[in-house]
Design a protein around this ligand. Structure first.
Ligand code: ADP
Ligand code: TRP
Length: 335
């Protein structure tokens, strides 16, 4: 495949805290595969974080943290373009054009807007309302066709496709491709939390972070919700127990998973043993990443170089798109 014909991929994560296992298995793992095969743009969505974190006291620190974590996970600046969203101002121009053709009703109807408006009733800002148009601008900016994101982003992705189609229709062009969500497996991974229900998330307070040390991981896993154990052979697992097994399936070997699954099915499972094993396997997985994060985070020169070079490459691609969009809409360049 020649470089021009490679599929273009875009994805981003908001710098609102450290990366956790959900982010890793829901997003980063796909980034690692895609950087080998596609033209990838992986960015830090710092503007998006202003919709929920209006006083980003630690914006620089948090952006550096995510950058160091991206790199420690194996995202490679020689294979993918890595940048901070706020370094590519062209995104704002495209955001403006997309907003001109985005309607109040459809923006108000999105689930994430309604959820966030409920969570922060005193700060239902226009950025929150137009979150999907900024996300569409991030994606369409590079004319991406694939977007590795978790299941929770599906509605935003539908909006991005709709805005791409609408732009093409209004201006009678075939300019923006329709981006598709991409997940490594046919069913998108949802990493559960340790509190018995729902997904692992920063704001859920139930996350295991890649940066957690051994002690923190053990404590979190040992505290996970369980029950008094199965009484009937081969019984269905309640959600809290299923969640532990899902985590085992993700981080442990198939042998370990089968061992505890068999024990569950013949009612001899001891959750204490299962949790100990799960904690060990999580530590085994995260310890080398944690070490690398610490090493890379200390090298601020390197981080700055990666961000600067990434921003230059991202701007180059962004400028081509915005220039073309200006031409399509009909703005004469009077210079
Ligand atoms: P959080 O929910 O912790 O705030 P983000 O919304 O910043 O995480 O998500 C960044 C990326 O990680 C998105 O692609 C999202 O779909 C994915 N992701 C987050 N949590 C999970 C999870 N528990 N399981 C699978 N993917 C997840
Ligand atoms: N909305 C995404 C999230 O909360 C972050 C994001 C912003 C994004 N712009 C994007 C993801 C563009 C993929 C592509 O996780």
């Amino acid at each position: 495949m020649t470089s021009e014909k490679k599929d273009i991929v875009v994805s981003g994560i908001r710098p609102t805290g450290n990366l956790h296992l959900g982010n890793y298995f829901g997003a980063i793992k796909s980034f690692l595969t895609m950087q080998e095969e596609c033209k990838c743009y992986f960015f830090i969505a710092d503007w998006h974080s202003l919709t929920t974190h209006p006083h980003p006291d630690n914006i620089l620190k948090n952006t550096r943290t995510i950058l160091a974590e991206y790199l420690a996970c194996g995202i490679d600046p020689s294979k993918a373009v890595i940048y901070a969203q706020s370094d590519v101002k062209e995104v704002l121009e495209l955001y403006l054009y997309l907003n001109m053709n985005a309607y109040l009703g459809e923006l108000e109807r999105t689930t994430s807007f309604k959820e966030k408006a409920r969570k922060q009733p005193n700060n239902v800002n226009a950025g929150l309302l137009t979150y999907p148009t900024l996300m569409a601008a991030d994606i369409l900016m590079h004319r991406a066709v694939k977007v590795p994101v978790g299941k929770d982003q599906e509605q935003n992705m539908e909006m991005a496709r709709k805005f791409a189609r609408r732009f093409n229709t209004i201006y009678g062009v075939d300019f923006f491709p329709e981006p598709a969500s991409f997940s490594l497996s046919s069913k998108a991974v949802k990493v559960p939390g340790l509190d018995g229900s729902g997904k692992m998330g920063k704001s859920e307070g139930n996350a295991i972070y890649l940066m957690d040390d051994e002690k923190a991981i053990r404590q979190k896993v040992m505290k996970a919700v369980t029950d008094s154990g199965p009484t009937e052979p081969n019984s269905e697992k309640p959600e809290a127990i299923q969640n532990l097994f899902t985590l085992l399936e993700i981080v442990s070997s198939p042998d370990t998973y089968n061992y505890f699954n068999d024990k569950y099915n013949d009612c001899s499972v001891r959750y204490g043993d299962l949790k100990k094993q799960l904690a060990e396997d999580i530590v085994l997985f995260t310890a080398p990443i944690r070490e690398k994060i610490l090493e890379i985070a200390a090298d601020t020169d390197y981080l700055e170089r990666v961000a600067r070079e990434g921003a230059e490459q991202a701007r180059e691609s962004a400028r081509l798109t915005v220039d073309k969009v200006r031409e399509i809409i009909g703005f004469p360049a009077l210079r």
